[in-house]
Design a protein around this ligand. Structure first.
Ligand code: ATP
Length: 161
C-alpha cells in the first residue's frame, strides 16, 4: 500500500539527510502533519526536491538548509531555506522563467538548464498553489510553497507550456 503522507515526507527527509551529510552540509527538518491529504506524492516530491537540490547547489560547505513541511487545514506549506549566496531583487522576478539562470558564468560549473524552478512553479499551480521566494536573513534564500489539497488533486496534470 502507498505510504501515508507523513511516512512519505519522513522518507524524503531521511534521503535528503544522507545527501546533505555526504556534502558536509547541515540539514534541519520539521514535519507538522496530522492525518492524510490527497496529495499527488510524486509531484510533491519532485517539487520539494527541485528546491532542496538548489539549496544544495547554491550553498557552500558551510551550507545550512532548513526544510519544513506543515499542514494547515487543507493547505500544505513547504519551505526550503538556505544560507547560500542569495538572489537579488531583480533576479527574484526572473528565476521562475524557463532557462533563466542568474549568473551564467558562475553557475555554469554547477550544471543545470534553468528549468527546475519553472517546473516547480507549474507543479504548484497544478495544485492550486503558489510558490514564493524571499530572503533568508542574515544570508541566503527561502522558498515557500502553498498547496491547496483536495480529492481532485490525484488527477492534476502538469502541462508542458
Ligand atoms: P536546473 O535546470 O538544473 O534546475 P538551475 O538550478 O540553474 O538548473 P533553476 O532551478 O530554475 O535552474 O534556478 C534558476 C536560477 O535561480 C539558478 O540558476 C540560480 O541562479 C538561482 N537559484 C535557484 N535556487 C537558488 C538558491 N537556493 N540560492 C541561490 N540562487 C538560486
Amino acid at each position: 500500500p502507498e505510504a501515508t503522507d507523513k511516512e512519505f515526507f519522513e522518507a524524503i527527509f531521511s534521503n535528503y539527510q544522507l545527501l546533505a551529510e555526504s556534502s558536509d552540509k547541515t540539514l534541519k527538518t520539521s514535519l507538522k502533519f496530522d492525518g492524510s491529504l490527497s496529495l499527488d506524492q510524486s509531484l510533491v516530491k519532485q517539487l520539494l526536491t527541485i528546491l532542496f537540490d538548489n539549496a544544495m547547489k547554491y550553498t557552500g560547505e558551510d551550507g545550512e538548509i532548513q526544510v519544513d513541511v506543515q499542514k494547515n487545514g487543507s493547505t500544505l506549506i513547504l519551505s526550503v531555506a538556505d544560507n547560500g549566496e542569495g538572489i537579488s531583487a531583480g533576479d527574484k522576478k526572473k528565476i521562475f522563467d524557463r532557462f533563466y539562470r542568474v549568473d551564467k558564468a558562475r553557475t555554469r560549473q554547477k550544471g543545470g538548464l534553468g528549468l527546475g524552478l519553472s517546473l516547480a512553479q507549474q507543479i504548484a499551480e497544478a495544485h492550486n498553489g503558489r510558490i514564493a521566494v524571499e530572503d533568508n536573513p542574515p544570508r541566503g534564500t527561502k522558498f515557500v510553497v502553498r498547496l491547496r489539497t483536495s480529492p481532485s488533486l490525484k488527477s492534476a496534470k502538469v502541462s508542458k507550456k
